[in-house]
Design a protein around this ligand. Structure first.
Ligand code: ATP
Ligand code: MG
Length: 246
């Protein structure tokens, strides 16, 4: 479970909050899509959630644990796939997975079992012995996703996870996001791909200029606005009303 309570972030001396009093609760077993235009505050919210940033005001709770007050306990509950894969290039895939497993105190048995399962699932078993520096962008994204699952976290957080993935890899990732949620995990991700959000998410939130504009199931949002698709809802809500012209 994830809970943002009045969560606010003001960077440096900026006179505008990048995230402005966000209130949002995401339950167990939910795939949640966080939508918004460039600069809306999605990555900021995710960095507050993963403990990479401190909130200026308000809190973020992960399974009831305050990320700001008990960052180590909270971070153990999270698997995080960031939006850029600047990772340990000199390690092989398996070395990276071992590194992540050590970080989270995963037993030898569990890391081998989970590592093998996900390497096969994401069609990375053959590449796992090669250095990450030789991987394509999509392969880096995949190994980062596997690394984030190696400790079987109850909360899986992904920032723009579909970027750089080919259709098959994107399909496999979406399938795993659904699987994790079915097993009771909370899956929280940001995306610009509205068709993905519409099909994949149990609930979505639309954020613009740091403020949450609306949230609910994709169907609820369409009903609320009378729009036919999530794309129309998004364009209307975020003020770029080109849908009518299209
Ligand atoms: N390190 C930083 N220092 C100062 N301002 C920042 C910093 N990171 C982000 N911002 C500002 O905060 C706002 C929100 O940025 P954020 O990266 O959270 O947006 P986003 O929704 O993830 O956008 P995108 O879709 O482009 O990834 C923007 O106005 C951005 O310029
Ligand atoms: Mg971002």
């Amino acid at each position: 479970m994830i809970e943002f309570i009045q969560t606010t972030k003001v960077y440096g001396r900026s006179d505008r909050a990048a995230l402005d009093h966000l209130n949002l609760k995401v339950g167990d077993g939910c795939v949640y899509g966080f939508l918004g235009p460039n600069g809306a505050g999605k990555t900021t919210a995710i960095r507050l959630l993963t403990g990479a940033l401190r909130a200026t005001e308000g809190q973020v709770l992960v399974n009831g644990i305050d990320v700001g007050k008990e960052p180590v306990r909270a971070k153990k509950l999270i698997g995080f796939v960031p939006d850029s894969q600047e990772m340990y290039d000199k390690l092989t895939g398996w070395e990276y997975l071992n590194f992540m497993a050590d970080l989270y105190g995963v037993s030898r048995e569990d890391r081998i079992r989970r590592g093998k399962k996900y390497l096969e699932k994401f069609e990375m078993a053959e590449a796992a012995g090669s250095r990450i520096s030789s991987y394509s962008r999509g392969m880096k994204q995949k190994i980062a996703s596997i690394g984030a699952l190696i400790h079987n976290p109850p909360v899986w957080v992904l920032d723009e996870p579909m970027v750089g993935l080919d259709p098959r890899a994107a399909f496999l990732l979406k399938e795993e996001m659904t699987n994790r949620a079915k097993e009771g995990a909370t899956v929280f991700f940001s995306t610009h791909v509205l068709e993905v959000a519409e099909k994949l998410c149990d609930r979505v939130g639309i954020i613009n200029k740091g403020k949450l504009l609306t949230e609910g199931t994709p169907e609820e949002l369409q009903q609320k606005t009378g729009d036919a698709s999530l794309e129309e809802v998004f364009l209307e809500m975020t003020g770029t009303d080109t849908a009518a012209e299209a």
